[in-house]
Design a protein around this ligand. Structure first.
Ligand code: NAD
Ligand code: TYD
Length: 347
């Protein structure tokens, strides 16, 4: 099977690519990525020479490139992760999110429809999406697969739109698809613009920890390798035309999570307990900040047998260790255009 994975040089994509390359030597995995600021081939150093792996540099917004690539490599299945993924950047530049997340996805759908027009058997368009499409929850309740879409940020609106297009191609053209909507991921290779890696980086270098608003916002955190495992299981055993919610039943208020992170880092850095917490700084809130996300992952666990493999404490500890052991990776990222982003974003 020829499998195209888009966005494989990014955070989650690199874990999906590694898992598929290593676990399925009979598949050929093509990783197509534009290498934007978030794409980094360093993430895949350990598998770059595997004979069942090929990297293709290209942009999903360029239809003529996408169409010819599909015709060249005759992909049987696609796992689509390429996206602009950071909410704060979507507030500054919404159009970039429409271009990649909506138009890029429709380009891939059109190229798949065209390539598979004479034979849809064993084909699959697997679309990786987010729980943010469901909007925001109050203090109770969980997002299920039938919760209405109600996106609030330009990022979540663009992902919601892409999900709708995927489903529409299924209804209109019989394109075989699966969509999964996952909660917040964390783990190795996480780009340090998102909460956990940003704060790990700032604690290492004794910089302020910018907590938005009162810090009482809640997210449901899942270790990235458990997301990759869920995608693998749903890709192989999921039913066509279905949506699967993925999450670890692991809700944390931002401020509680930050305090836990500070404690763990004090220990690992041999600092006095309480040193890192002193870095917490409350800053201006994010506009349209969603109060709470929480996923009901009953369907994927009861129908497909998926469950997370690590507890949050284990996952967070592994993540911190990875960042401490890979400071070159972190320094390479934070030395370039990241500096400009950081000073604009956090003034
Ligand atoms: P990321 O920002 O780390 O990586 C995105 C990757 O896509 C990068 O390698 C980038 O170079 C590539 N890319 C961006 N625009 C492209 C384009 N126009 N053409 C080709 N490649 C392009 O993102 P991530 O956090 O790994 O998220 C991956 C997917 O998972 C996204 O679709 C995201 O919406 C979804 N998701 C993320 C989370 C999360 O917590 N990070 C949770 C649920 C779902
Ligand atoms: P983030 O990692 O950007 O993920 P998302 O917005 O997709 O959930 O943010 C997670 C939570 O942390 C969210 O409630 C916003 C908050 N946050 C801060 O308080 N400070 C920060 O510097 C960042 C990046 C996020």
């Amino acid at each position: 099977m020829n499998i195209l994975i888009t966005g494989g040089a990014g955070f989650i994509g690199s874990h999906v690519v590694r898992r598929m390359v290593k676990n399925y030597p009979k598949y050929h995995i093509y990783n197509l990525d534009a290498l934007t600021y978030a794409g980094n081939l360093e993430n895949l150093k350990d598998i770059e020479n595997f004979s069942n792996y090929t990297f293709l540099k290209g942009n999903i917004t360029d239809y003529s490139f996408i169409d010819s690539t599909f015709k060249n490599y005759k992909f049987d299945r696609i796992i689509h992760l390429a996206a602009e993924s950071h909410v704060d950047r979507s507030i500054t530049d919404p159009l970039a999110f429409v271009t990649t997340n909506v138009i890029g996805t429709v380009n891939l759908l059109n190229a798949s429809k065209e390539l598979w027009k004479d034979d849809l058997s064993n084909k699959l368009f697997y679309h990786v999406s987010t729980d943010e499409v469901y909007g925001s929850l109050a203090a109770t309740g969980l997002f299920t697969e039938t919760t209405s879409y109600d996106p609030n940020s330009p990022y979540s609106a663009s992902k919601a739109s892409s999900d709708h297009f995927v489903r529409a191609y299924g209804e209109t053209y019989d394109l075989p698809f699966i969509i999964s909507n996952c909660s917040n991921n964390y783990g190795p290779n996480h780009f340090p613009e998102k909460l956990i890696p940003l704060f790990i980086n700032n604690i290492i270098s004794n910089k302020p920890l910018p907590v938005y608003g009162d810090g009482n916002y809640t997210r449901d955190w899942l270790f990235v390798e458990d997301h990759a495992k869920a995608i693998d299981i749903a890709f192989h055993n999921g039913n066509r035309g279905e949506t699967y919610n993925i999450g670890g039943f692991n809700e944390w208020k931002n401020i509680d999570l930050v305090k836990l992170l500070c404690k763990l880092m004090d220990k690992k850095l041999n600092r006095n307990l309480g040193d890192s917490e002193k870095l917490i700084t409350y800053v201006k809130d994010r506009p349209g900040h969603d109060l709470r996300y929480a996923i009901d992952a009953t369907k994927i666990s009861s129908e497909l047998g998926w469950k997370p493999s690590v507890t949050f404490e284990e996952g967070l500890s592994k993540t911190i260790d990875w960042f401490l052991e890979n400071q070159d990776w972190l320094n390479n990222i934070t030395s370039g255009s990241y500096k400009e982003y950081y000073s604009k974003m956090y003034k």
